[in-house]
Write a protein that binds this ligand. Sequence first.
Ligand SMILES: Nc1ncnc2c1ncn2[C@@H]1O[C@H](COP(=O)(O)OP(=O)(O)OP(=O)(O)O)[C@@H](O)[C@H]1O
Ligand SMILES: [Mg+2]
Length: 367
Amino acid sequence: MLEISHIRKKFVNQSLGQAATVLDDVSLTIESGEFFTLLGPSGCGKTTLLRIIAGLEQPTSGRILFEGLDVTSFPPQRRPFHTVFQKHALFPHLTIFDNVAFGLRIQKLPTREIHERVETALALVKLEGFDNRLPETLSGGQSQRVALARALVNRPKVLLLDEPLSALDLKLREEMQAELRLLQRQVGITFIYVTHDQQEAFTLADRIGVMKAGRFEQISSPEELYDQPKSLFAAQFVGANISLPVFGEVQGLRGSFEFSSCGQVLRAHHLIGQSEGSRVVAFVRPEKVSISTSQRSTEDNELSGSIMQVSFRGPYTEVLVQIGPEAWIPVLLDHQQARALELHVGQAIQVYFRPEDTVIFREEESD
Ligand SMILES: Nc1ncnc2c1ncn2[C@@H]1O[C@H](COP(=O)(O)OP(=O)(O)OP(=O)(O)O)[C@@H](O)[C@H]1O
Ligand SMILES: [Mg+2]
């Protein structure tokens, strides 16, 4: 439906006369009705890409196609898209009804149609009865809903949202996330949603595009991104508690590599892009790691370490285990298990994880 093809964007710094590449050959195809999330750290180019899709910014090169039509040179109002920004500007002196009706009045639609469409849009965002209120009398979440209603009332084919919930507190944000997802299914509009919050991306997205410095590191479903990250950056960007990587050297291409700092051999089933002898980083999700106070002889990877820290984390206990001079692994245990093991700082402990859950990346990717 929407094809973003080889987009590059350079900004020229006027005083220095230097050009900085902000988007570097970005390509992406978005399906009709999809909830697509752009996820990445601050400054990686998310807003710039969204503005180029919206037509608020011209790419240096590349094309935007909508249903096969090249819209790259179209002004924003000729594209069937609508943008909702982080800071939504409602007109302070207009009522909620008039704020939502604004775009329709510009199009000079009949009064009755305007009325019907505004009421439908306000009902969609659960603001029935707010018609005559002024923006200043609304809470943050309510005014963000008005911004959404104002977008929906135009019946865009694609809704572009740039961190629309980031100004809200956590609880309200989570509520609004659930409502947005429901709303998107209800109206069937394609959503492209920018966030730097991985939890938000996981909750909402059909697919996530992880961006780093103007490029996509990985585009996949949330599940695939979590279970089969394609780079260490993507692996570390998602997940509540990420294992600090252990460094080593590839020993054989049958899936083993030597863990350099302790000389212990680890096995991995996922080796991503390296050859024998290259320096690598091993990665495992903390919930895939278990610990034991005594040696076990199993097929699992096993490392000896000592407990650095035991922290209560609400639903679980996090145990930080030092496994080398510069290497730690956080392990998540349920409280009962943690209590039964009577863990204490300084205690010698064995750490286990399965080769199936171990991923190895090239070391240079760890920046
Ligand atoms: N008009 C501009 N002129 C020059 N540089 C710009 C301009 N707009 C953006 N940039 C630069 O482009 C880079 C990407 O900016 P962008 O706003 O797309 O990042 P972002 O991923 O949305 O970040 P954030 O999560 O902080 O919103 C930044 O380094 C920014 O300074
Ligand atoms: Mg931004």
